[in-house]
Design a protein. Structure first.
Lengths: 405, 389
């Protein structure tokens, strides 16, 4: 390796604060019959409608006036590529105009980085603030996996280079590392248990399906469906549930499909003062890493997390908890072992195994959750990390601010 | 707003584009290269770029892929992680792409990908970035492609929005068409001046299928232009005053001064200012480049008159006419080799292609400062300021 390239060096830039977080519940996806579209309790809404409900709530929560917003960064990995009637031309700008009733001059940007989409969108917006290209920004993601037939979703979960299912690649890597089905199942069950005691989260915006009060979705639905008891019952049939060509990965111990939108509001120190905004946390550092071996994607969060922690001038001991996407349990099991992370510090409120992985919304959903945990459990620092195709991952370090800067 | 902007130099160390293929309308549409997938087209341009910067094993780089249409419609090759997938199909496999993403927003896409790369270098997220765009409008039906010109928020076609605004600004059909005619002529006169990557089909490795921009090869006369019917819903805008469909890929390599030194790269230019700007009303997209150019020049500490050569995307004649009028730019400095009216506007690739073109012109005429600007939906403009090194 040449001595370049990425120097692990912090760059002195303006601070970027998170001044509001909001997400929809993650709606469970019901499989379509005979190749027809999947459905969910929110699938009658378009991704634009879903995003607009969350964004309007975020404007209210954060106190940001739409006309003061400089930038809106939208992440979408699946919906944007299939919702051709509403998300074709300039989806980011269209959504933010709808959310602000056309009263905004925010510039719109679409970003996609497979499962890291949401986190990459947030970092893009943070960078605009750091470079003084923006003072106030909103960023995050939306994906609705319910509104397509399964074959489309499966294309989004297939490694384009090897044409293998991501679960199969993860399975191969897990076996290479000497992990067993048992440690994956144990981890998954714990995630489901953790999630079941954190169904209510303050950052969740109830989503209205129509005008009647009854049709409101308030909780991550999969958590109520796959309870620990049901998990145990289904585990007895584990052999028949394995994904094709897998020995470890089953739909039970891996992430579930989902529909969700999640967004965070970001601001500079100057904007916080000028608009009396309330900082919740500060973005300390971010790293994206990648290689050329598709199955290694489950390990890339290790590279991204260690780089982000170093950039923050910290060591893993300085992190109170980790929000690492549970696309497959392998990543979390590996990280706990490699970095010596206690189980209760790894996805303490459960993760995508329990509540779902709405691809492009996940990174922003995890950040939203992390900010909520920092505040409610009185922690100081958290790491958010997501693995993504092809052989990549992203990680972000955030720090609680507590209303003052 | 606190002034911080550009704390270190961002060099352009490579710039390549394919010619723009003309889309032959039909059902389906075709072009000289429409049997290629966007990833094959992009790979040929990327390989030329990698050989220009002498890519070697051990180099680490980030990749920003722009696409506005192909990314939505190429289900097989652009659905999951398309950016990294594109890199895996090139000859840069020995080097390591550590961070690949897809970025865009309508017509700003190609330049926005470059801006994202500039941001990565300024923030120390990367030392070397490959950024640009690809679009193949020939591979899809008119019905689908036309969605990119539909502003969903007003239900109006971009041509109609442009037409409304142009009328309000006092432009006439004659103004728009005399600009269009001059653009056709300039594009035709300079057809051989561009440095282009020849594109081959898998069936014939000897003879390129696309060697020159196809749009300017045969250009209309003023009489032909005058006889054209107006675009539906328009009062002064005919297809002559609008950009044409096209297929193309264009990419640049960006580097920090550290990467320039270590890899012994040869800077062609520097990116010294970037900005995006939005108006409130959708029809104001044709004047939004004015705001973007002003902000970008301020960030580069330059005045409008310091700029030697402007590339203002000819989405419509109106954009160029309004921008020249709004900033008092003499026409001798604008789109010297023609623009999208003759060449075509392969939406997500255009911004990057204009940077490649601007650099080539700065070099040819021995000039220093260039500006590339585009209008974009909804109500937006984007601008990049380049300094030749």
């Amino acid at each position: 390796m040449v001595a370049c390239c990425l120097t692990i060096q912090r760059i002195e830039m303006r601070n970027v604060y998170i001044v509001g977080v909001a997400r929809s519940p993650i709606a469970a996806v019901k499989s379509g019959k005979k190749g027809g579209p999947n459905t969910s309790s929110v699938s009658s809404l378009s991704p634009v409608d879903l995003s607009v409900q969350v964004l309007r709530a975020l404007f209210e929560i954060s106190g940001i006036k739409p006309i003061d917003l400089d930038s809106f960064v939208l992440g979408s990995a699946i919906s944007q590529k299939v919702e051709l009637d509403s998300m074709f031309q300039a989806p980011a700008k269209y959504i933010i105009r709808e959310a602000s009733k056309n009263n905004t001059r925010a510039i719109g940007t679409d970003i996609e980085k497979a499962c890291s989409t949401g986190l990459a969108a947030i970092w893009h917006a943070a960078g605009e603030i750091m470079l003084c290209h923006a003072e106030i920004a909103i960023a995050g993601g939306v994906d609705m996996m319910s509104r397509q037939p399964n074959e489309i979703i499966i294309e989004g979960l297939t490694d384009p280079t090897t044409r293998k299912f991501m679960a199969e690649l993860a399975d191969q890597k897990a076996k290479e590392l000497g992990f067993s089905a048992e440690d994956h199942d144990r981890y998954a069950r714990e995630s489901i248990v953790f999630a079941s005691s954190h169904r209510q989260q303050t950052s969740i915006i109830p989503i209205k399906i129509d005008a009647s009060e009854k049709s409101t979705v308030c909780f991550d639905e999969e958590v109520s469906i796959l309870t620990p008891d049901r998990f145990d019952r289904l585990q007895t049939k584990r052999g028949s549930l394995l994904f094709p060509d897998c020995e470890i990965m089953t739909p039970l111990n891996c992430s579930k499909y989902g529909d969700a939108a999640a967004f965070v509001a970001l601001a500079s120190e100057e904007a916080i003062v000028a608009h009396s905004l309330k900082p919740l946390a500060r973005i300390v550092s971010y790293a994206a890493c990648g290689g050329n071996e598709p199955k290694n994607f489950v390990l890339q969060p290790y590279e991204a997390i260690t780089r982000a922690i170093k950039l923050a001038g910290l060591d893993p001991g300085g992190i109170d908890f980790f929000e690492v996407n549970e696309a497959f349990p392998t990543t979390c099991v590996y990280l706990m072992q490699r970095l010596g992370i206690a189980r209760e510090k790894m996805n303490p409120w459960g993760g995508a195994i329990a509540h779902g992985h709405p691809i492009g919304a996940t990174g922003a959903g995890l950040l939203t959750k992390a900010v909520t945990i920092l505040k409610e459990e009185g922690h100081n620092r958290a790491v958010i990390s997501v693995c993504n195709a092809i052989d990549e991952a992203t990680a972000m370090v955030i720090e609680r601010v507590g209303g003052e800067i | 707003m606190t002034k911080l902007f550009y704390t270190k130099p961002v060099y352009i160390v490579g710039a390549q584009r394919s010619p723009i293929a003309k889309v032959r309308r039909g059902n389906p549409n075709t072009s000289s290269i429409s049997q290629l997938e966007p990833k094959n087209l992009a790979a040929q341009v990327l390989n030329a770029l990698f050989s220009e910067v002498k890519a070697t094993r051990g180099m680490e780089f980030s990749f920003k892929l722009g696409s506005a249409i192909s990314k939505l419609l190429e289900k097989r090759s652009m659905f999951h992680a398309p950016a990294k997938h594109f890199i895996n199909g090139t000859l840069w496999n020995g080097a390591n792409c550590v961070d690949a993403s897809l970025i865009g927003e309508a017509c700003a896409t190609g330049l926005l990908a470059i801006q994202a790369g500039v941001k990565d270098i300024l923030l120390n997220d990367a030392e070397l970035v490959v950024a640009g765009g690809v679009e193949m409008m020939s591979r899809h039906s008119d019905e689908v492609i036309s969605k990119i010109f539909l502003d969903v928020s007003t239900g109006k076609n971009m041509a109609v929005l442009s037409d409304n605004k142009a009328l309000r600004l006092g432009f006439s059909r004659e103004d728009q068409e005399s600009y269009a005619l001059s653009s056709y002529q300039k594009a035709h006169d300079h057809i051989g001046d561009h440095g282009l990557v020849k594109i081959y089909l898998p069936s014939d490795k000897e003879n390129p299928a696309l060697a020159q921009d196809e749009g300017p090869m045969k250009i209309p006369t003023l009489d032909m232009i005058k006889r054209l019917g107006l675009i539906p819903g328009c009062q002064i805008t005919s297809p002559a005053s609008a950009s044409k469909y096209g297929d193309a890929a264009a990419f640049v390599a960006l580097a920090s001064s550290g990467a320039v030194a270590i890899y012994q790269l040869k800077p062609l230019g520097k990116i010294i200012g970037f900005a995006r700007h939005s108006e409130l009303e959708p029809e104001d997209f044709i004047i939004a480049p004015i705001g973007a150019i002003k902000k970008a020049l301020e960030r580069a500490s330059l005045r409008t008159e310091d700029v030697d050569l402007f590339e203002i995307n000819e989405a419509f004649s109106s954009t160029v006419l309004a921008t020249m009028a709004g900033l008092n730019i003499p026409s001798e400095k604008v789109n010297l080799w023609g623009g999208a009216i003759a060449h075509g506007h392969p939406i997500g690739a255009t911004g990057a292609a204009l940077v490649v073109k601007n650099l080539a012109m700065l070099e040819k005429y021995n000039k220093r400062y260039g500006v590339v600007a585009l209008c974009s939906a909804i109500g937006e403009g984007i601008c990049c300021v380049v300094e030749r090194v």
